[in-house]
Design a protein around this ligand. Structure first.
Ligand code: SF4
Ligand code: SF4
Length: 483
């Protein structure tokens, strides 16, 4: 007689209910009493259907048990042990994917000298200081970027350009002229075009703020929190902290630019792990709508690198802030912890990722001289390039990248329940840490799994206690994240 056994899932509980996160399909499955009892009865190993039915006969009738087993097999939570689960499928796109976001590095210069910066720090990939690249993108190159974004967005009705740096606003004249040009060209092409930028806020003059508000440009501000934390790493060349200059300009921007939510992006280091305090300062005192946190990207051993113990501490801090997010969301109040919102959105969409992010797929980065690469962090690196704005990108190179970076190539990830969300993690982080973009980021697996588990619990709580809250994610397109 054939036996059945548990397949690949991650169990969690929320609102007094048991759930399974089904790994191959990235779906969340709520267990009723009978399905929970079946999963439990198979917890010590495979058994025959008859044995399971006999075990549970005092609680459920046989038809309910066999129907539930069939349902659990259908969703691949259970499987016949005689049938080996299929290996991870490797499905690589056969034709170019429409570009969703083009990240345009309008300058590689910066008026700050943040110690941990991947562009200037010890872990840089492209030597923008001493290399051949122009310091500022010309208007002509920026126009070529617009043409590229419109062309490569293919059948998509919308194109998106994100301006990046260095400090983006050091090349404000080109940025301004490019937005005007892009709007004209998009209208001619019958497409919508949308813009965003990331800035350290220190160059937000009144005319710049006026322009960004008028043009509805999405803005993300890189800031690390209250004055003592911001000034630890985010400093000018002479070592002076940037908070006193940035804070009033941020307030002026937030007061004027109200057409789009403005977010803060915080880099967390070993010395600045006070997540709740940072969040409260940035929302309550400065007025940001959303705050997203990212651990610093660095080789191990730098004094600002987060250690293993630091990641445990970080997880505790994230969990505390996530509890606030849940409480607010249960009462339909806004909470701006964007790391939770983004993960809930991914869980809700139930898309099992083959790649960790859109880099090289729906997202590419352009260097100041018009070379197109994997993403903005690799812009200008020939080893990670796909072509140029002028000559176009090589689909063969892109496809080769997608082939070698598929999650099915990452042995450790093949058995990891968090892979639908993580898929091995950021290529830039892997390159910095291990010297190769196709290595999984094994140094933060526990952190990723712990955080994903927390977000699943929050998702389950909301699904049970305020399901209407999750409807906001129904139609929402998942934007390519630029960090
Ligand atoms: S990098 Fe780690 S957490 Fe991420 S999918 Fe791979 S094994 Fe899982
Ligand atoms: S996650 Fe990493 S590789 Fe992906 S777009 Fe962001 S920086 Fe680039």
């Amino acid at each position: 007689m054939s036996t059945i056994g548990l397949r690949e899932f991650h169990p969690f509980e929320a609102a007094g209910r048991r759930y399974l996160y089904l790994v191959p399909s990235a779906a969340v499955f709520a267990l009723d009493d009978c399905s929970a009892a079946i999963v439990e009865s198979l917890g010590h190993g495979p058994r025959s259907v008859d044995d399971v039915a006999e075990d549970l006969a005092s609680r459920f009738d046989r038809t309910e048990i066999t129907d539930t087993i069939a349902e659990l097999q259908r969703v691949r939570a259970l499987g016949e042990t005689a049938v080996k689960p299929a290996p991870l499928p490797k499905i690589v796109p056969l034709k170019p994917v429409p570009l969703q976001t083009l990240v345009v590095n309008v300058t590689n210069q910066c008026n700050l000298s943040c110690t941990y910066c991947y562009e200037y720090g010890e872990d840089k990939i492209v030597d923008t200081e001493n290399g051949q690249q122009p310091k500022f993108m010309t208007e002509e190159t920026a126009r070529e970027a617009v043409e590229f974004a419109l062309r490569e967005s293919r059948e998509n009705p919308r194109a998106h350009i994100t301006f990046f740096g260095g400090e983006t606003l050091m090349n404000f004249p080109v940025l301004k002229a490019t937005i005007g040009y892009a709007r004209r060209r998009a209208a001619e092409a019958g497409k919508e075009i949308d813009f965003s930028l990331t800035t350290n806020a220190t160059l937000l003059r009144p005319d710049v703020i006026e322009f960004l508000a008028e043009e509805r440009v999405g803005v993300t501000i890189s800031i690390d929190g209250p004055e003592d934390l911001q000034n630890k790493f985010r400093v000018f060349n002479n070592g002076t902290g940037s908070y006193a200059i940035a804070a009033p300009k941020i307030k002026a921007l937030l007061a004027r630019h109200r057409s789009r939510p403005i977010g803060a992006r915080v880099t967390l280091t070993r010395q600045t792990l006070d997540v709740r305090r940072i969040y409260q300062h940035l929302t309550d005192e400065l007025g940001f709508w959303e705050v997203g946190f990212a651990p610093v990207t660095t080789a191990p051993g730098r004094d600002y690198a987060i250690s293993d113990g630091g990641f445990d501490h970080l997880l505790d801090q994230f969990r505390a802030l996530a509890a606030d997010y849940l409480d607010a969301s249960l009462h339909n109040r806004h909470h701006g912890f964007s790391n939770v919102r983004e993960t809930l959105q991914e869980i809700h969409h139930g898309h099992a990722k083959a790649y960790p992010c859109g880099a090289g797929l729906g997202l590419m980065g352009v260097s100041t001289d018009g070379r197109v690469a994997l993403c903005h962090r690799f812009a200008g690196s020939d080893d990670h390039g796909f072509g140029t704005l002028k000559d176009g990108v090589s689909w063969e190179r892109q496809q080769q990248f997608l082939d070698t970076h598929h999650v099915s190539n990452k042995t450790d990830c093949q058995t990891c329940w968090a892979r639908p969300i993580c898929a091995g993690g950021c290529y830039h982080e892997a390159h910095t840490r291990y010297g190769s973009t196709n290595r999984p980021n094994l140094h933060y697996c526990e952190w990723i799994r712990g955080w994903t588990h927390t977000c699943l619990e929050i998702y389950g709580e909301l699904a049970e206690r305020n399901p209407g809250f999750l409807r906001q994610f129904d139609d929402e397109e998942v934007p390519e994240k630029v960090s």
